[in-house]
Design a protein around this ligand. Structure first.
Ligand SMILES: Nc1nc2c(c(=O)[nH]1)N[C@H]1C(S)=C(S)[C@@H](COP(=O)(O)OP(=O)(O)OC[C@H]3O[C@@H](n4cnc5c(N)ncnc54)[C@H](O)[C@@H]3O)O[C@H]1N2
Ligand code: MOO
Ligand SMILES: [Mg+2]
Length: 397
């Protein structure tokens, strides 16, 4: 059987090749940039007044002058004025071009104005104060957003400021989420005593929206012929199929055989881990299929540990930040498997993150995950894990 790291590596060797599309900046939140965005001007593009007040020539102040006649008003969005008389001042507004002849700005709070004159009331004026000098942030031609940038609200602000009404981004993959199993009914239905409502595909759909992916939901019954027909159709229409259920040892666990029959090449089946041991992964030319184990905790774990990192990397994003935490109390786990322990993370004033174990009653106990906000990855080589020991955690909220 494969280790967690080998299985992960195999998934990452079969990333999707996604096309590029041009979209409106309005729709770009959460998308991945595929063209570099450069500064089309200096940032800021002119010496910019940074405070509302008066603009003077510092030499006059240095020579002892404190009262300056008001010679005009420089507003933002208006052409640059000139202070022609070095002994006078101009009123200046935040965001305006610094007038020619002005090299120092004094806030309205630090002057009194009467009878057309401004008198400075502070004594610590410095030359050049309250001026956001041209090109101090970025220069014309500088790369502002590299290829691979996740378009956050601030990245969208930068793109807007350089005139990118449209942006080239990675096309989102078409993803189908498929539940399998005769016992499953839709959320809107009332289950019979031997049935349950399906929840795994709802969970996965919600998790994928964090990458901007709007997956479609499907359900297929435990019948090999129907499974083969419907999976073949869904494979033709999608880049990724994510199935839940039907990958273990039961007499109605048809998924691995059916996938092989419709031409999906198995890359691996089963990993040395708990939960999620029967995970199945395969490829068909440019397409990918994940067969997640049906137990809900297994589905969630495999979703966060394998599927989301796979889709992130396929979109061209760097891996999510790695998080570590310390065990808040000892844990014993004997099987030679990587144990993904549900935990609740808290942090203390010393900056340490603590993982409080919430083992629950097993991989079908998904209500337990309401309290947990991460899985801690406890390595297969060890069976005893002490209080304070530090391990990687995978966040689930
Ligand atoms: N003899 C063995 N039995 C099992 C093994 C094994 O190695 N040998 N592995 C166990 C493990 S581990 C898991 S996990 C499950 C995986 O089972 P399957 O992937 O075959 O999933 P199903 O049998 O279809 O369902 C399992 C369980 O999950 C519920 N389920 C399925 N889909 C959904 C859904 N969309 N929403 C909510 N719940 C769902 C289903 O009703 C079952 O209760 O197998 C063990 N058995
Ligand atoms: O994935 Mo299974 O949960 O180990 O029950
Ligand atoms: Mg089964």
């Amino acid at each position: 059987m494969l280790s967690v790291s080998d299985a992960f590596a195999i998934t990452q060797q079969h990333l999707l090749t996604l096309a590029v599309e041009t979209i409106s900046l309005h729709d770009a939140l959460g998308r991945v940039l595929r063209e570099a965005v450069h500064a089309d001007r200096d940032f800021p593009p002119f010496n910019r007044v940074a405070m509302d007040g008066i603009g003077i020539q510092f030499s006059a102040y240095a020579a002892g002058q404190r009262t300056f006649p008001l010679a005009g008003q420089q507003f933002a969005g208006k052409a640059q004025l000139t202070l022609t008389d070095a002994a006078a001042c101009l009123e200046v507004m935040t965001g305006a071009m610094l007038p020619r002849g002005v090299d120092t700005v004094i806030r309205y709070e630090d002057v009194t104005i009467s009878s057309g004159q401004a008198t400075i009331t502070i004594e610590d004026v410095e030359q050049g104060q309250h001026i956001h000098a041209r090109a101090t942030d970025r220069r014309l031609g500088d790369e502002l957003l590299p290829v691979g940038t996740l378009l956050s609200p601030s990245a969208i602000a930068v793109a807007a400021s350089v005139g990118q009404a449209t942006v080239s981004v990675t096309k989102l993959p078409r993803v189908a989420l498929i539940s399998t199993g005769d016992e499953l009914v839709d959320v809107a239905e009332t289950p019979l005593p031997y049935q349950i409502r399906r929840s795994n595909t709802y969970m996965l759909r919600a998790a994928l929206t964090s990458l901007g992916i709007q997956a479609t939901l499907h359900h297929i019954v435990d019948d090999e012929a129907i499974l083969a027909k419907q999976l073949a159709e869904l494979l033709a229409e999608n880049d990724v199929l994510i199935l839940s259920g039907g990958v273990s040892a039961g007499k109605a666990d048809f998924v691995p055989d059916v996938l092989a029959r419709i031409g999906v090449q198995k890359q691996f089946h089963k990993i040395e881990q708990k939960p999620g041991k029967p995970l199945w992964f395969g490829t068909a030319s440019s397409k990918t299929v994940f067969g997640l184990p049906g137990n809900p905790v297994s589905t969630i774990l495999c979703g966060y540990r394998y599927v989301l990192p796979y889709l992130r990397a396929s979109l061209g994003l760097p891996p999510a930040p790695v998080h570590y935490a310390q065990l808040a109390k000892p844990v014993v786990f004997k099987p030679a498997l990587t144990y993904f322990l549900p935990v609740r993370l808290t942090s203390d004033p010393d900056g340490r993150t603590w993982a409080h174990p919430l083992p629950g009653s097993g991989s079908a106990d998904f209500a337990n995950l309401l309290e947990a906000n991460a899985f801690m990855e406890l390595p297969a080589e060890r069976s005893e894990f002490g209080e304070g020991d530090s391990f990687q955690v995978w966040l689930t909220e």
